[in-house]
Write a protein that binds this ligand. Structure first.
Ligand code: URA
Length: 262
C-alpha cells in the first residue's frame, strides 16, 4: 500500500475514533439556506436540491421491534449473544471492532451492568478490562466477589460508541430489550448498576446517579419478575473523583450485607 493510502487510512481511523460517524460531501452544502427558504415542491424521493434523498427503509421493521423480538426469542445466553451479533439495527456495530457481551460466571449471585465498552474492551471483546475495570475488580474483591468465581458483568451497550462518547437515549432504548433478557437468562440474585447510564436505563428514572445510588430499587423484567438493583458510582467516575470512594464503599457494604442475608 502506498504511503499516501496509509496516511489516508490512518486519518480516517483517527476520525472514527474521535466520534465522526457521518461522511460529508466533497463540496460545501448551503444547509442553513435550504432550511430557511420556503419548502419547494419536491418530486417523490428527491430532496430540495434535486438530488435523491436518502431512502428511508420504511418497509423494514423498526430496529427497536427487531431488538425486542430477537431478545425475546433467545433461550440461552449463547443464543442471546448470537442474536445480538446478528442485530443490524445500530450503526455502532459498524464503528466498533466487535461485540462485547459479558465476562464472569453466568448464574453468579451478582450481575454488574456498566455503560458501554471503551477502547480496551472493544479490542479484547470483554467488559471492564481497562483502567476502570481494574478498579472495579479491586472494589468487588474487597467484599469477596470476583469475575472468575461469583460475579457476572455486562454493559448497557454491547458496542463501543465512537470516541467513547456517552450513549444517546435512543441507543440506550434500542439495546434495553437485550439487557433485560440478559438479566433474565443470567438470573443473578442482585443487580449492581454501575454509573448513571445503567441506572437510568434499568430504573427508567429521571433522577441522576447522585440521588439514586446507595439504596435498593426494583427492576421489573419482561417476564414480570421483580429484581433488586443497587445503583452506585461508576469506577471511571471514582478514578476522577477519589473522594467519592467512601460512598462507593458504603454501597459495597450494603451489597455484602444483602448477600449475607441469604
Ligand atoms: N466502562 C463501562 O461502563 N464498561 C466497560 O466495559 C468499560 C468501561
Amino acid at each position: 500500500m502506498s504511503t499516501e493510502a496509509e496516511a489516508l487510512r490512518a486519518a480516517l481511523a483517527w476520525q472514527v475514533a474521535m466520534g465522526a460517524d457521518e461522511a460529508i460531501l466533497p463540496a460545501p452544502q448551503p444547509r442553513l439556506a435550504a432550511a430557511a427558504s420556503p419548502a419547494a415542491p419536491e418530486a417523490p424521493g428527491e430532496g430540495p436540491s434535486g438530488r435523491r434523498a436518502a431512502a428511508v427503509p420504511r418497509s423494514l421493521p423498526p430496529a427497536g421491534e427487531e431488538a425486542a423480538a430477537l431478545a425475546a426469542g433467545a433461550a440461552s445466553l449463547e443464543a442471546l449473544r448470537e442474536a445480538m451479533a446478528r442485530f443490524t439495527g445500530s450503526p455502532l456495530r459498524e464503528t466498533a471492532t466487535q461485540l462485547v457481551f459479558s465476562d464472569g460466571v453466568a448464574g453468579a449471585p451478582v450481575m454488574v451492568i456498566g455503560e458501554a465498552p471503551g477502547a480496551e474492551e472493544d479490542r479484547l471483546g470483554k467488559p471492564f478490562v481497562g483502567p476502570s475495570g481494574q478498579l472495579l475488580d479491586r472494589m468487588f474483591a474487597s467484599i469477596g466477589l470476583a469475575r472468575g468465581e461469583n460475579l457476572y458483568i455486562t454493559n448497557v451497550l454491547p458496542f463501543r460508541p465512537p470516541g467513547n462518547r456517552t450513549p444517546t437515549d435512543a441507543e440506550i432504548a434500542l439495546f434495553l430489550p437485550f439487557v433485560l433478557r440478559h438479566v433474565e437468562l443470567a438470573a443473578p440474585r442482585l443487580l449492581v448498576l454501575s454509573g448513571g447510564v445503567a441506572a437510568k436505563a434499568l430504573l427508567q428514572a429521571r433522577d441522576g446517579i447522585t440521588r439514586l445510588r446507595g439504596r435498593w430499587h426494583p427492576v421489573t423484567l419482561p417476564s414480570g419478575q421483580v429484581m433488586r438493583a443497587l445503583p452506585t458510582w461508576h469506577p471511571a467516575y471514582l478514578l476522577r473523583n477519589p473522594k467519592a470512594k467512601r460512598e462507593a464503599w458504603a454501597d459495597l457494604l450494603l451489597l455484602r450485607r444483602e448477600l449475607d442475608r441469604g
